[in-house]
Design a binder for this molecule. Structure first.
Ligand code: SAH
Length: 348
C-alpha cells in the first residue's frame, strides 16, 4: 500500500510538486489548495479538477472534513463553540468570538494537553496527540464556513500547548497566511504558551509578526510552580529572560495572561512583584477572571480591579478580559470534558 498523503497540511508549492509527479500541470497545485481553503467535504466538490486526479487524491488518503459533534451558540453575545470530531474520532474545540473589530477564532493545537496546569480543564485527561497543520487550518476554514462569519483574527489559545507541537503549528501559520488561501496576516494571529523556553527562543528566531501571549499566572516561583508544573524545571527568572530575548529579536510587545484565582495569585504582594518584573518593559497584562472548572478546587478572585489599579499605577497596561460565551462553557476544554464525561456515563 502507498503511504497516506496529508493533503491538507501541504502548501500550494508542495501540492504543485505532487501534481507534477502525477503528470499533471503545475497550476493544479494552487487549484487544490484553493478548494481545500474553501472547506470542501470531498474531492467530488472540486468540479474543475479532472476526475482522474480526484481519484488519485482519494486513493492516496483523500480528504476528510471535521464533523460538528456539538455546537453551542451563546444567547448573550453570539459566541459559538464547536466540538469537532476529527477523522480518527478524537474531538477538539474551537470558539468563534465576535468583536466590533472583526471575528476571531480560538483554535486548539493538540488533543488534550500534557502541561498539567492546576486550573485548566484541557489537561485533565492528559495529551492524546498533536494536531496536524491541516487539522489546525480546518478549524479556521470550517468555523468560517459553518457560521458564515468571515474570520479576520486567530488566537492559538484553545486546547493544547502550541509550542509543544512546534513544527505543525509553524506549518499551519504558513498555510493560513498564504495569499492563495485564508490569507490571514501574522499581525492578526496570537499564539499563547505556558512558557516553554526553547519554543519561545525558536519562535523569536523566526521573527514573525504575530503576538506572543505568555500564560504567567504568578510572578513568584512558589505560586507559579504550584499552578503550572512547567515552571518547576525552569522558573520565572528564565521565563522573563526568554521574553526579553523575544522582544529584542522581534520588537513585538508581549502579552501576559493572568487568571485571577482567589487567595492564590491575587494578593497586593503579588501585584507588587509583577510590577517589579514588568515596570519599564513593553508589555501588556491581560487579567482573566478564573473560569471555574469542576475538576479543580480553585475559585475566581474578587480582587481583580485592585490588582489592575496597582499595576496601572506603575505604568503597566493591564486590561480585564471581557468574558464571552459564559453561558456555553466557552473556555478551555470545558466542552470536551463535558462530552467525555457524558460518554463515560453512557458506557457504564
Ligand atoms: N497552552 C497554552 C494555550 C492554551 S490555554 C497556554 O498555556 O497559554 C489559553 C489560556 O487560558 C491560557 O492563558 C490558560 O492559562 C488560560 N486558562 C486555562 N484554564 C483557565 C481557567 N479555568 N480560567 C481562566 N483561564 C484559564
Amino acid at each position: 500500500m502507498t503511504e497516506r498523503i496529508d493533503f491538507k497540511s501541504m502548501t500550494p508549492e508542495e501540492l504543485t510538486a505532487w501534481c507534477k509527479d502525477q503528470g499533471q500541470p503545475a497550476f493544479r497545485g494552487k487549484q487544490l489548495f484553493q478548494w481545500l481553503s474553501r472547506g470542501v467535504a470531498s474531492t467530488e466538490e472540486m468540479t474543475d479538477v479532472p476526475k482522474a486526479l480526484r481519484a488519485k487524491i482519494d486513493q492516496a488518503g483523500g480528504i476528510t472534513p471535521p464533523v460538528v459533534a456539538r455546537k453551542q451558540v451563546s444567547k448573550l453575545d453570539g459566541t459559538i463553540k464547536y466540538l469537532w470530531q476529527l477523522a480518527d474520532g478524537n474531538c477538539i474545540e474551537t470558539v468563534l468570538m465576535r468583536y466590533r473589530h472583526g471575528n476571531s477564532v480560538c483554535i486548539s493545537s493538540q488533543v488534550g494537553c500534557a502541561m498539567g496546569c492546576a486550573f485548566c480543564a484541557s489537561t485533565v485527561g492528559g495529551k492524546i496527540r498533536n494536531l496536524t497543520a491541516g487539522e489546525l487550518l480546518d478549524q479556521v476554514i470550517f468555523t468560517q464556513k459553518d457560521s458564515g462569519a468571515p474570520i479576520s483574527n486567530i488566537v492559538l489559545m484553545g486546547i493544547g500547548e502550541p509550542l509543544d507541537n512546534y513544527a505543525n503549528v509553524r506549518k499551519f501559520l504558513t498555510l493560513v497566511n498564504h495569499p492563495n488561501g485564508m490569507n490571514i496576516g501574522m499581525r492578526h494571529i496570537s499564539l499563547s504558551t505556558c512558557g516553554l523556553i526553547k519554543g519561545i527562543d525558536r519562535l523569536a528566531e523566526e521573527n514573525l509578526q504575530l503576538t506572543l501571549s505568555v500564560s504567567l499566572h504568578a510572578p513568584d516561583d512558589e505560586t507559579r510552580s504550584r499552578l503550572m508544573p512547567v515552571n518547576r524545571a525552569t522558573g520565572v527568572d528564565a521565563l522573563f529572560a526568554a521574553c526579553r530575548r523575544y522582544f529584542q529579536k522581534t520588537g513585538r510587545r508581549i502579552s501576559y495572561e493572568y487568571a485571577m484565582i482567589d487567595g492564590v495569585n491575587d494578593t497586593p504582594r503579588q501585584a507588587a512583584l509583577l510590577g517589579d518584573r514588568l515596570e519599564g518593559t513593553v508589555a501588556h497584562v491581560n487579567l482573566i477572571p478564573l473560569n471555574y472548572v469542576e475538576e479543580s478546587s480553585l475559585h475566581p478572585s474578587t480582587h481583580v480591579a485592585q490588582f489592575q489599579r496597582q499595576l496601572e499605577k506603575r505604568g503597566i497596561t493591564a486590561t480585564v478580559r471581557r468574558r464571552l460565551g459564559s453561558d456555553i462553557d466557552a473556555s478551555c476544554g470545558q466542552l470536551r470534558r463535558k462530552a467525555l464525561r457524558e460518554q463515560a456515563k453512557g458506557q457504564r
